[in-house]
Design a binder for this molecule. Structure first.
Ligand SMILES: [Mg+2]
Length: 168
C-alpha cells in the first residue's frame, strides 16, 4: 500500500512516448498535465513544436485537457495563453486543491482522467490520493538545487524498485 502511493501506473521517458490513443481506447477522456519538466524545462519558457503538435493531436482524439502546476501564476498563465489550454496555478500538489479544480473543469469522472507529471512526490502522490490514473515521465531537465537533488535520489530509488517489480 505504501509502495503503491509512490508508484505510477505507467512510466515513460517523455510525454511523446505515451500511447494516448490506447489510453483513449481504454476509456479515458480527460488529461491533466503538469507543466515544469513534463512539457517544458523547469527553468525556461521554451515550448517545442512537438508539444504544440501533441496538444492539437490530443484534442483531435477527443480528450479534454488542462494544466495543473505548482508554479506561480505568471509562468503558468503564459503557457495557458501560448498553448491555449486552461491552467490552474499554485496547485500545491500533492495537496488536492489544484487538481480538484482541474477535475471540475474537465467535467469528466475521476476514473476517466489521467494525470501526467514528472515528480513522484507531487504528481504521482497527488493522483494516487485522488484515485486518478497516473503517468510518470522523466524530468526534461534535472534540477541542480540541493533539495531537489535529494528528492530526485529518493525518486530514483523508488523507481528502481518499481521497474524491477514490473519486470517480474
Ligand atoms: Mg513538474
Amino acid at each position: 500500500m505504501i509502495k503503491r502511493i509512490f508508484w505510477p501506473d505507467i512510466y515513460c521517458k517523455s510525454v511523446m512516448d505515451i500511447d494516448f490513443k490506447k489510453i483513449y481506447k481504454n476509456g479515458f477522456r480527460g488529461l491533466i498535465f503538469d507543466i515544469d519538466n513534463t512539457i517544458v524545462g523547469y527553468d525556461n519558457f521554451e515550448i517545442k513544436k512537438e508539444i504544440f503538435d501533441l496538444f492539437i493531436e490530443l484534442e483531435g482524439i477527443g480528450f479534454k485537457i488542462c494544466l495543473v502546476s505548482n508554479s506561480f501564476k505568471k509562468r503558468v498563465v503564459y503557457f495557458e495563453n501560448v498553448l491555449n489550454i486552461k491552467s490552474f496555478n499554485t496547485a500545491l500538489k500533492p495537496l488536492p486543491f489544484g487538481i480538484m479544480k482541474g477535475i471540475k473543469y474537465l467535467g469528466v469522472p475521476k476514473n476517466k482522467i489521467v494525470m501526467i507529471g514528472d515528480q513522484i512526490f507531487t504528481d504521482v502522490i497527488c493522483a494516487r490520493l485522488n484515485s486518478i490514473f497516473v503517468v510518470l515521465v522523466e524530468p526534461i531537465k534535472e534540477r541542480i538545487e540541493f533539495v531537489n537533488k535529494f528528492k530526485r535520489k529518493l525518486e530514483l530509488k523508488i523507481l528502481n524498485k518499481y521497474v524491477k517489480k514490473k519486470k517480474k
